[in-house]
Ligand binder design. Sequence first.
Ligand SMILES: NCc1[nH]cc(CCC(=O)O)c1CC(=O)O
Length: 311
Amino acid sequence: MARRPLRIGTRGSPMALAQTGMVRDRIAAAHPALAEPGAMELVVVTTVADKVLDRPLSEIGGKGLFTKELEQALLADQVDVAVHSMKDVETWLPDGLVIACILARDDPRDAFLSPRAGRLADLAPGSRVGTSSLRRGAQVLMRRPDLQIVPLRGNANTRMKRLEEGACDATLLAIAGLERLGLADRAQEILPVNEMLPAVAQGALGIECRAGDADVIALLQAVACPTTTIAVNAERALLAELDGSCRTPIAALAQIDGDSLTLDGLLFLPDGSAHWATHRTGRVADALAIGRDAGAELKAKAGETYRAKLQ
Ligand SMILES: NCc1[nH]cc(CCC(=O)O)c1CC(=O)O
């Protein structure tokens, strides 16, 4: 094959490099020609999220921070594909770019890490839970209003280090990320989804590319997971209905069993003082409509309270 190398854009954090390496290996396994030396090349792109570590994401400008520079590199033809955690991908993509494929989802749940307690329920009253995620903070406070939420920023390795240094008594991280880092053994407890509903698309990786790159889109289909794609698209449809950004604490998880789909969604006030829930079951074929409908239900339920507190 005389084509130039497939340039794979990635963030430079340890987790991003680990997951991009996994994606590259899956592409190589599906396309022997791309497994040849030099046929694929990783291009590390630094994003704002990798630089600004002192303020919560919700204040700096949301999850576009993880993806913007990678998208610019795609549009400027500096890379051919960009690997993302789908959780970090904005609800609306820039013109000219598409998510060409979503890979099989890893465990979507959140893990509890603490040197002080084996379980979230066992933390002493008043303990400091470090998280800058409004979604995680709100759900912790729903169960344990006695705990304190303190900000904790940085990539997963940085957060674990700050936990060890005593910046907080416990933290929560996606188990999928810990697994990719080979650090799943740090998890004291994996929280069930009825206690800690994950972020939209948590645990799923996606590959973005230029909408006109038909060859690239075609070759990526070999690593796509149809079930995960449907589930993630249902969750993203819910998010889109709520105009969700990182400023809006939203959790959603779609699960597929044969022809049937269940979708759970939660919308919170950032301080955990109120929340609204939706639970849907339906047919896989109606996934997008179920997502949109569930989002509309949450919006209607939250109504004025939500608009007044969040806008
Ligand atoms: N916001 C950063 C981020 N984006 C995706 C993951 C986890 C891995 C994934 O969902 O693919 C993480 C870290 C975390 O939340 O613990």
